[in-house]
Design a protein around this ligand. Structure first.
Ligand code: ATP
Length: 309
């Protein structure tokens, strides 16, 4: 029996995320921004199967358009696998088979979820047995959103978003998401925010010295109250994303007119996240958005982080 027949692979699911609150500090000398965010993992999953191989290879499919996803060594999941191999001295390879449900370049951390899934799957496949703290350390080296995709649930992220503290959250929040065929580049959105802050200081609030998550957000999450959370959803990147993609503003207005409690640009966009009170109301909103020609889907949060399925 060959190795492949003996051991068909390890399957891991990892969630996408919504930043229900995101405050961005000033650009630092190294080009990065300090931020403070409240993450919620939502029920759109990246599904990854890792199987034994000689080299490092990848295939990508999905329910979303995956044409923008690199299948070479720049893919974040492959980088994660290689990093784990280097750090543990593992000298074999892996084939990763990814099925994406998270919109690509959509501001929902799909690539980060793939990287988190690859770390968990390869660690199990190769028997490298890293602790969750060690996996977290590797995750942070791959990207600011990767530790959260490992952890899942609800958490406050500071620093670049990778210093995580779990946040208490009760109940389940219902979302309707609107994807957009043309992704937005995260660095471009940050650069646009810097530009707006410099050139339109009168219209845009200045960068906070020490970004922090508002106590009202933590309170609403703890209460499990969507109406309360709707009042305090906030994203500093939203103005920049709307500047780059003015068409999104009309969709945000439409969602709220059609019954959402509130709408927000997810992370760096262009995915829009509408908070609704119940799953049934979400279904009504989804249908109205679809009738208006939008690519909408439902999700709920919080859900678990990357784990073996
Ligand atoms: P962010 O975590 O910055 O919010 P995002 O959710 O906006 O990211 P992703 O789908 O994670 O966007 O991908 C952003 C870019 O990263 C893509 O355009 C692509 O070029 C590159 N990329 C690398 N690896 C992956 C991957 N496994 N899946 C998707 N994109 C990837």
């Amino acid at each position: 029996m060959t190795l492949v027949e003996e051991f068909p692979g390890v399957r891991v699911r990892a969630p996408g995320k919504i930043n229900v609150f995101l405050e961005v500090g000033a650009r630092q000398d190294d080009g990065y921004h300090d931020l403070a965010t409240a993450f919620q993992a939502v029920s759109l999953y990246e599904d990854l199967v890792a199987s034994h191989a000689d080299g490092f290879t990848l295939s990508v499919t999905g329910s979303v358009d995956t044409t923008g996803v690199p299948v070479d060594d720049t893919n974040l999941a492959l980088r994660a696998a290689r990093l784990l191999a280097t750090e543990t001295g593992y000298d074999g390879g892996v084939h990763l088979d990814i099925r994406k449900e998270v919109p690509v370049a959509g501001g929902m951390g799909g690539g980060s979820a793939d990287a988190a899934a690859a770390l968990v799957a390869c660690d199990a496949l190769w028997g490298t047995g890293l602790s969750s703290r060690e996996l977290h350390t590797l995750a942070a080296r791959l990207g600011a959103d990767v530790p959260f995709a490992l952890a899942g649930g609800t958490a406050v992220g500071t620093g670049r978003g990778d210093a995580l503290n779990p946040a208490l959250a009760r109940g389940r929040f219902e979302w309707v998401l609107v994807a957009n065929p043309d992704g937005l580049s995260t660095p471009k959105v940050y650069a646009e925010l810097d530009r707006l802050r410099e050139e339109h200081a009168a219209q845009i609030p200045p960068a906070p010295e020490t970004p922090s998550v508002s106590a009202d957000v933590l309170h609403a999450l703890r209460a499990g109250d969507p109406r309360m959370l709707a009042e305090v959803l906030h994203n500093d990147l939203q103005a920049a994303a709307l500047r780059l993609r003015p068409d999104l503003g009309a969709v945000l207005d439409l969602g709220v007119r059609e019954g959402a409690l509130a709408g927000i640009v997810s992370g760096s966009g262009p995915t829009l996240a509408f908070l609704v009170e119940t799953r049934q109301e979400g279904y009504g909103l989804l249908q109205r958005l679809e009738r208006a020609g939008h690519d909408a889907f439902q999700a709920h949060g919080p859900v678990h982080g990357a784990r073996i399925a």
